[in-house]
Design a protein around this ligand. Sequence first.
Ligand code: TRP
Length: 457
Amino acid sequence: MASPVGGSTHPDEGERIDPWSSRQFADYQRLFDRFGIEPFDPSGLPQPQRLFRRGVVFGQRGFSYIQRAIDRKEPFAVLTGLMPSGYMHIGHKMVIDQVRYFQSLGAEVFLLVADYEAYATRGRSLADGRKIAIESYLANYIAMGLDPQRTQVYFQSSRTAVRDLALMLGTKVTWATMRAIYGFGDSTTMAHAAAPLVQVGDILHVQLERYGGPRPTLVPVGVDQDPHLRLTRDIAAAHRMVNITATADGRLGVFVRGDERITELLDAAQAALKGAGYRAFERNDPYKALYLTGVAPTPAALLELDVALMPLERAFGTFPFFPPSASYHRFQTGLTGGKMSSSIPASSVFMNDSLEEVSKKIRSAKTTGGATVEEHRAHGGKPEGCTIFEMHQYHLVDDDRALDDIARRCRSGELLCGTCKGEAAEGMVRWLKDLQERRPVALERLPEFLHEDLSGG
Ligand code: TRP
């Protein structure tokens, strides 16, 4: 369906990420250079799941908050959303694999159904959205092994706190910003324009008292969602009373916001930081600034200050949010070449496909090997960018040495595409058969995950 967003008419089109477009974003380097996404370093993760080990999760914003929580065994949340417009396929599985890994490290998980967004941007009724979400996504998510004690599932349309935040935090963003980020224009409907704010509400509401209080929150996404993460991080920062930065002359500065009680606030900040072990301060009350002298403004120091000052803001009556962290994963190449997409059935393995269909799709996938057996034997294949290699890499082969072996035999021409596809088909069918068997029981357990949402909280 054509999106009402006027992205294609905007001169910046090439530089914008449109979350509602079906285009594949291929240039990952550009994401670092132009959009400021930072590389993801998995070396601090305990027994990282394969998607982290293999660079499939390649980028992040603000992951240091999550790393710190993991290191100190402090609470953190992980939140992911699904759009009940298309059906669940193995691309969506990757997010749940990551979520389960973080849950194993103690994260509290929030799984939301973006039924408002599907209504506002795809014209999907709430009732249909609910049905698709439950049958196609949630049953599979639960069958994949999430812990109901530490997972909340909710629908955007039934969480008042999400709507409240969407409206209230809307005070922190102007139309000019929304236009610049999303390319919204005169023909954008107000419901569509509100969808990103609802997502801001999703991401930040988990830090409200009722949902666990301020704590680091990770949102694992594909890069198409980055605009929403940038918006949410900006809004969270705009909502803070203190802003901690490295100043141009290399000092660490704590700047407070507001018109009243500035001296009081700076006094409190200074006392809090003294309590946290900092010693040398310089004050500039007219500048609303407190400088720490003798502390190098490293990212780690900024992070510690930020955490130390959080309780102070609450004492002053505003509600601070940790900036949400994001991690970005690569998209799997479609079985037909191009993009893996719900709108191209042959491009992906869907959770509700029959086992025969899955086997057939994988066996007829487009690979990067030679056109003929002779050519393949002579020149070998290219595992990079091959949908079948990615099937092994992302989903099927957990042993790194076994995966390296597949890559090596592919490159040398020893492993033929037919054999490789056969193995992938068998592996995927086995996995899916097992999942499908567990699905009916998983579906019955859904109420355990819905908590308050059954009563419309
Ligand atoms: N916009 C997301 C999508 O298109 C769905 C979504 C809504 C979401 N709220 C979210 C994803 C919060 C992550 C976090 O798939």
